[in-house]
Design a binder for this molecule. Structure first.
Ligand code: C2E
Ligand code: MG
Ligand code: MG
Length: 650
């Protein structure tokens, strides 16, 4: 809400409270005034005193006038009584409210003085009424006294009448003030009530909103933002619950095959839509199976948990069913997309804890992928054993001794037309004190996954370049380069550094990269290869035909050489089709102005056949096994005729 509105609200509330407070403070004064006014209304004693006095003095006057006619036995008593009454009245007039009233006007003071003077005469005369003429004297004094008494009585009446009128108007005013106060109190009270109830409603709304936000946050913390499926943390909790079910249940880990190309080609929005579509299918599956749940572990990896499953075949069938569900076409806007999936299945067991169960499903998934994808694979103990072995291998790769244990071995590359050694391939050799010789086929993939390959590659490059310097001039040194190594930001600098450090001319270095490296980031790789060539370094496409071979790669990427994979060479003697493939590759390479090297030549016949097909260079156990740089240098000196070597390299 804007600040201005808040300020207005605060002002209104302050006004309400101030009004209420003022009214409340004014209320006691009002009550007091009312009390005073009512008291004044009920005490009109001045007029009453005056009227009674007139009556009493009149009675005394009559008693004096009728003295003679009265019964002699009682007249003395009556006279005395009338005198006492008049005296006591005079006493009353001398004090209190009446005295105060008399003092308000000097004329009244005069009249009162006259009354007192004449009364004294009357009292004296009547007290000695046996004296002749005393009654007449009393009557005479009474005649003089009565006008003043009447004046005082009528003035008292007039005084009280005025007071009554004033009191009336005061009461009237007070009544109106009270009415206004009551109205104000009611108004302020109701306003405050309304304000408070309004405020309460707002608090309620704020409270509801806060609750909704808290619920939303709790949902976001436990669910995946894109698909709304439970996230990894929630899945772990669910797996813990599953494990707690006394050993019955299964975890199916599902991974989409080829999701990255879809994301790259159709865009991230389509990729997201595909993930959402897959999620909904998994959700439908889970809701149809009692005790099942699903979640997203991240990327294109999902999980389905099945409660109450004991048989491996049931769990595997569920995994296969999930793959089929995912394989059905997905409608993403204008696109109908098909995506394959692999699944790893692991059964819960009594002594298997949550992390282990997830790791088992993960290993089974990796096996499913390794076995060709698009399938569900059940976890087997051997998977865990090889994973453990792999972890141990990784630990050894990371040990500080590793650098002393790894050395390049050099396999000659031969000119098939004359048998000369024209180059060599540096192949990593790891001699572990306990493991013995570890094949690069075993440790390179592990190093590639752990990222260790970057350091290994750099060390191998420098050692190979250094060894190259021990070999006679035009001999080329080929070094294998992994994708992670090639795609590191400062790869060109690393190559230049190795060359500078060892002194090997760039023209004698050849880098071998496999087809898999060329997938994705094509523009960047084209740039890299061009920069390498600009440095004078040659580039060879290794293991051609085994990966994602594409003619467009050959056309776009600036290679110098193509190496036919051993898997084709091994069967060219017996397999006509293999021969046809090799022949085609050689023709293709020639047409693209690429040199061809056949790998894995193990027999004389293979060497002859390849030479006949036009393949000028070869590498293999028949031509020379990998060995030390010194051994290779000796072989070069023994076999190569200097003149012929010069001719070949030119
Ligand atoms: P590659 O680059 O294709 O190397 C050729 C492999 O074939 C070598 O295996 C070599 O010993 C083997 N070989 C050569 N001639 C024959 C033959 O006649 N018969 C048979 N059966 N095999 C033959 P190696 O040394 O075990 O290396 C395996 C793979 O490991 C290499 O394949 C390469 O991809 C990788 N590698 C080796 N050293 C390095 C390295 O320093 N860095 C990187 N990134 N990868 C390396
Ligand atoms: Mg190679
Ligand atoms: Mg190769």
């Amino acid at each position: 809400m804007p600040t201005r509105r808040y300020r207005l609200l605060r002002l209104a509330l302050a006004a309400l409270i101030a009004g209420l407070a003022t009214t409340s403070v004014g209320l006691p004064f009002l009550v007091q005034s009312t009390k005073d006014a009512i008291k004044r209304t009920t005490t009109h004693d001045v007029a009453w005193n005056g009227a009674n006095g007139r009556q009493e003095f009149h009675s005394l006057h009559l008693a004096a006038l009728r003295y003679e006619e009265m019964n002699p036995e009682i007249r003395q008593t009556q006279i005395s009584l009338a005198l006492d009454i008049a005296r006591s009245r005079l006493e009353t007039w001398r004090s209190g409210a009446f005295a105060a009233f008399i003092k308000t006007d000097p004329a009244l003071v005069d009249h009162f003085t006259k009354v007192e003077t004449h009364f004294k005469t009357v009292a004296d005369a009547l007290s000695h009424n046996e004296k002749p003429g005393s009654i007449d004297a009393a009557s005479e004094a009474m005649d003089k006294l009565m006008p003043s008494v009447k004046k005082l009585a009528s003035a008292a009446y007039a005084h009280d009448a005025g007071e009554v009128a004033r009191n009336y108007s005061r009461l009237n005013f007070l009544q109106k003030t009270q009415q206004v106060t009551i109205a104000a109190l009611i108004f302020f009270g109701f306003s405050l009530l309304y304000f408070l109830s309004w405020q309460n409603r707002r608090l309620q709304h704020a409270n509801d909103a806060e609750k909704a936000i808290a619920a939303k946050n709790a949902f976001l913390a436990s669910h995946d933002v894109l698909t709304s499926l439970p996230n990894r943390a929630t899945v772990n909790t669910l797996v813990e619950e599953l494990v707690a079910q006394a050993g019955s249940g299964a975890v199916i880990m599902v991974d989409l095959d080829g999701f990255k190309p879809i994301n790259d080609v159709l865009g991230h929005a389509a990729g997201d839509a595909l993930l959402i579509s897959v999620s909904r299918r998994l959700e439908r599956f889970a809701s149809a199976v009692p005790g099942a749940a699903t979640g997203r572990l991240g990327g294109d990896e999902f999980v389905v948990l099945l409660g109450g499953i004991d048989l491996a075949c049931d769990a595997l069938a569920a995994g296969e069913q999930l793959i089929q569900l995912i394989q059905a076409p997905h409608e993403l806007g204008n696109h109908h997309v098909r995506v394959n999936a692999s699944a790893g299945v692991a059964l819960s067991g009594r002594s298997i804890h949550c992390g282990e169960l997830m790791a088992r499903a993960d290993l089974a998934l990796a096996a499913a992928k390794a076995e060709g994808r698009g399938r569900a694979v059940m976890f087997e103990d051997s998977m865990m054993r090889s994973a453990t072995a792999r972890a141990a291998l990784e630990a050894d790769l990371n040990s500080s001794d590793f650098w002393r244990e790894i050395e390049p071995s050099f396999q000659p590359i031969i000119d098939l037309t004359n048998g000369n050694i024209v180059g060599c391939e540096a192949l990593a050799r790891w001699t572990h004190p306990l493991r013995g010789m570890v094949s690069p086929a075993e440790f390179i993939p592990v190093a590639e996954q752990s990222g260790r390959i970057i350091d290994i590659g750099q060390v191998m490059l420098t050692k190979a370049c250094a060894a190259g310097m021990t070999m006679p001039e035009p001999i080329m040194v080929s070094v294998n380069v992994s994708a992670a190594q090639l795609l590191r930001t400062n790869f060109l600098e690393c190559v230049a550094e190795s060359l500078a450090q060892t002194g090997l001319p760039a023209r004698r270095l050849k880098l071998e990269i496999t087809e898999s490296v060329t997938i994705g980031e094509r523009a960047r790789i084209v740039g890299l290869l061009q920069d390498l060539r600009a440095m004078g370094v040659s580039v060879s496409l290794d293991d051609f035909g085994t990966g994602y071979s594409s003619m467009s790669y050959l056309r776009d990427l600036p290679f110098d050489e193509l190496k036919i994979d051993r898997s084709f060479v091994v069967s060219i003697e017996s397999d006509r089709q293999a021969r046809a493939v090799v022949q085609t590759i050689i023709a293709l390479a020639h047409n693209l102005d690429l040199r061809v090297v056949a790998e894995g030549i193990e027999t004389y016949e293979q060497a002859m056949l390849l030479t006949a097909m036009g393949c000028a260079r070869g590498q293999g156990y028949y031509l020379g096994r990998p060995g030390s740089a010194i051994a290779l240098a000796k072989a070069i000196n023994a076999r190569n005729h200097p003149a012929r070597v010069d001719r070949l390299i030119a």
